[in-house]
Design a protein around this ligand. Structure first.
Ligand SMILES: [Zn+2]
Ligand SMILES: [Zn+2]
Length: 249
């Protein structure tokens, strides 16, 4: 399942692939046209059989998002049903609590533009226009994430190999050029859109450069994730600072 293609339009040779699209797809399907009614339960709602989900949904419907979030965080369970997430957002909006909304945000996949618009609408309702703007400006957020990640990687010992930049520019500009290679932006996008620990899969139709290969190894440690990059030659499974290709590709 290819996801995030729209948000990655600025990366012509790279795509982020994710399996975590269920709630996004369902939210999209049920999004009504009226702005406020987006937060109303869908007409076709049918109770979820799972007792954990039912309890979550009931707490949201009772207007108790705090208890719902506690329950979500205490129990290791599958990502909540889209109807539950919609109810949770509605409860957060009604509670007018920005900290609760931010907490809920951490449980919501935001790869889909419609989900981001929905969340941004609730942020606006609670007066957090900057959060709403950030949510809608994915490109800028991806670049910011790459810069933050780059700093963390440098602190972890990564040294950019500027030999992979062929342009005749200064060392600093070369480091910056490497930092924004498409696979790193795609990984940043994945980090923004998925819960901690989720494996990230990136497809690239050009060969990964030597510096990105070293960088993604460090990244896998810094972010604590398995990162799979498929370039035009092979799959690279990066985990705990090493790649499955053992640096031969
Ligand atoms: Zn590269
Ligand atoms: Zn490799």
């Amino acid at each position: 399942m290819i996801q995030g293609a729209a948000a990655l339009n600025f990366l012509p040779h790279t795509k982020l692939i994710s399996n975590h699209n269920n709630n996004v797809r369902s939210l999209k399907k049920k999004t009504p046209t009226n702005k406020y009614s987006r937060l109303q339960p869908p007409k076709s709602f049918c109770a979820v059989a799972n007792p954990h989900e039912s309890a979550l949904k009931a707490l949201c419907d009772e207007g108790n998002p705090q208890a719902a979030l506690q329950l979500m965080e205490q129990q290791v369970a599958a990502p909540p049903h889209p109807d539950t997430l919609t109810a949770l957002l509605r409860a957060c909006a009604e509670s007018r609590s920005l900290p609760l909304l931010r907490r809920a945000h951490r449980h919501i996949q935001t790869s889909s533009p419609s989900t981001r618009r929905l969340l941004a609408g609730v942020y606006c309702k609670l007066g957090a226009k900057e959060d709403a703007r950030r949510l809608l400006d994915r490109r800028r957020e991806a670049y910011e994430t790459v810069r933050e990640l780059h700093g963390a990687m440098r602190r972890a010992g990564y040294v950019p190999d500027t030999r992979f930049v062929l342009h005749d520019i200064g060392e600093e500009a070369k480091e910056e050029a490497l930092m924004y290679h498409s696979e790193r932006l795609a990984i940043a996008y994945g980090l923004m859109s998925t819960p901690p620990g989720t494996t990230l899969r990136v497809m690239k139709n050009l060969r990964i450069c030597g510096d990105c290969h070293s960088a993604v190894k460090v990244m896998s440690v810094v972010v604590g994730r398995e990162i799979i990059v498929r370039d035009n030659k092979r799959f690279h499974h990066f985990r705990d600072g090493v790649c499955s290709c053992r640096d031969f590709w």
